[in-house]
Write a protein that binds this ligand. Sequence first.
Ligand SMILES: NC(=O)c1ccc[n+]([C@@H]2O[C@H](COP(=O)([O-])OP(=O)(O)OC[C@H]3O[C@@H](n4cnc5c(N)ncnc54)[C@H](O)[C@@H]3O)[C@@H](O)[C@H]2O)c1
Ligand SMILES: N[C@H](CO)Cc1c[nH]c[nH+]1
Ligand SMILES: [Zn+2]
Length: 435
Amino acid sequence: MVRILRLAEMTSQDLSALKRRAELNIEQALSIAKEVIDQIRQRGDAALIEYVRKFDYAGAELENLKVSEQEFAEARESIEPEIKSALHQAFVNIKEVHERQMPEEIQLAEIDSGIFAGEKVTPIASAGLYVPRGKGAFPSVMLMLTIPAKVAGVSKIIVCTPPDKNGKVEPASLVAAEMAGVKDVYRLGGIQAIAAMALGTGIVPKVDKITGPCNVYGSAAKRILYGTVDVGLPAGPSESIILADEHTDPQIAALDLLVEAEHGPESAALLVTHDESLALKAAKYVSEYLTKLPQWRQEFCEKGLSSYGGILLTRSLEESLEFVNEYAPEHLEVLVKEPFSVLGKIKNAGEILLGPYTPIPVSNYCLGVNAILPTGGFARSYSAVSVFDFLKRAGIGYLTPEGYAKLKQTTQTLATYEGFAAHAMAIQEREGLLD
Ligand SMILES: NC(=O)c1ccc[n+]([C@@H]2O[C@H](COP(=O)([O-])OP(=O)(O)OC[C@H]3O[C@@H](n4cnc5c(N)ncnc54)[C@H](O)[C@@H]3O)[C@@H](O)[C@H]2O)c1
Ligand SMILES: N[C@H](CO)Cc1c[nH]c[nH+]1
Ligand SMILES: [Zn+2]
């Protein structure tokens, strides 16, 4: 039976443990990551191939790390037409959403007469995308990462994704990469993939930014390499809150609670409701639905739901919303009677899915909104992956003689106050030099 936690009876320690989830238990992974990164930094490809053999595929060879044209062709051949067309429908929606995100390249406004200020948007030159493959195949993640990078206009896009025990890259992920127009794919996973893209080796090019979800090992590598390279959003073990009230169907609540719980034993999935009767009914259905999952997914759900998730019983919808905002879940599914009436009160969530026809799996795959989202409470300050991950903005300004005349005294006054003599002099001495 899934556990039911009563918010009002929880100690502050229990509550902070619940909000902390599994993401912070990274110490052991950090020490492994440090060694791998140090070795790849010092010995490049020679160390890289040793770790691929150790962690992923014993038969790995340096010259085969990059996926060949032939493997793309084999992947194309091996994928069922219905998978291809499902990927294509997802591709179309994801592309549409991300194209709509694109800002104007140049925004310049006359904010006062003669004073023009704004910004210029430019794609980053290179990006390294990490598509996981441990506890599942993730062609959907391939689409969610490659499409915004492409739409943003990144000219050099590489992907790392782990090989299986036979050295093969997951075929639907290759088809998805090709669909998005990305062909530079390396059969690399975990720490060694992140290190190779951050540092560059002979085989793997160094990139300006790495992004993509990963387990604790990849996350540890990103943490160490923060400062060497932009490591993107913290996207660790998947997590969700299903927000329910007395009108929610308990079967739907139970089904959707299991969705993100099945990702792995560190995943945190919570059903948050103030309705005890709904909580009890949903708990019963969770037990029933669990038995329909494959054994290994069932075990993931049981572990996660008993350690980091479960059903949280609050005293009111207001209290539920307060908890949601403090917790800042990656995925939030709102199953209350009037989902739009609470939308304005939700401040922290990676994505907000409204109503019973918008379940998390649809958004994971094909709704079009990006499903690569901040976890571990980082939805308080980070956003979903978007074209903005791959764009940077430079401020631009232009002053006419009239605009300059309006600002010169203020500039000189502030420069003198701050003690920056050259700043002040550049204004003062300019006087006789301008026409
Ligand atoms: N936040 C998001 O948007 C989002 C999206 C999709 C998936 N996810 C999460 O991403 C994670 C993906 O994890 P995964 O495990 O499935 O795939 P993964 O690709 O992150 O991990 C596989 C890699 O882990 C490394 N590894 C495994 N055991 C190791 C060990 N003992 N020492 C060193 N390295 C080791 C291997 O090198 C392997 O390549 C899951 O937690 C999933 O929930 C998050
Ligand atoms: N739930 C994941 C993001 O946390 C995305 C995904 C892909 N496939 C299944 N799920
Ligand atoms: Zn999922």
